[in-house]
Design a protein around this ligand. Structure first.
Ligand code: FES
Length: 135
């Protein structure tokens, strides 16, 4: 009897420890191992003939005197959006969200506008976009 209760006790403790590790590990890894990566995207002047340029998941938009960059990731669940030249709107192929050329949400399940990304210029006048991604 003593041997059986001893084994039951050990097995019970091992199960509790395993359950605790399974529950706590994702929280610990989320808190301590998040990394922010910065990816630089350069739009050379010769590569941007029109109003809209797309490169490495970034849209660069030249509209009148405005120049700005929008993330190509949908604000709903992150799918890459497409730009429709005719309507001048961004369409998400995943769940149908629609955004105007400024990134404002017009329709669909997305609740937020597209993310604007700050831009800088290098000495040659090329546009530098720094995209922050948290992994
Ligand atoms: S990911 Fe774009 S609408 Fe869902």
């Amino acid at each position: 009897m003593k041997r059986r209760s001893f084994l039951k006790n050990i097995l019970s403790r091992l199960l509790k420890i395993s359950a605790a590790i399974i529950l706590v590990y994702p929280i610990i890894s989320y808190l301590f191992y998040r990394k922010t990566r910065i990816r630089r995207v350069t739009f050379r002047l010769s590569e941007c003939p029109g109003e809209i340029s797309f490169k490495k998941e970034v849209y660069l938009i030249k509209k009148g005197n405005d120049l700005y960059a929008l993330s190509a990731h949908c604000s709903h669940l992150g799918c890459i959006i497409n730009f429709d030249q005719k309507t001048e709107k961004f369409h998400c192929p995943c769940h149908g969200s629609i955004f105007d050329i400024h990134g404002n949400r017009l329709a669909g399940p997305a609740r937020r506008p597209l993310s604007r990304i700050p831009i800088e210029f290098d000495k040659d006048g090329n546009v530098l976009v720094k995209v922050r991604r948290t992994a």
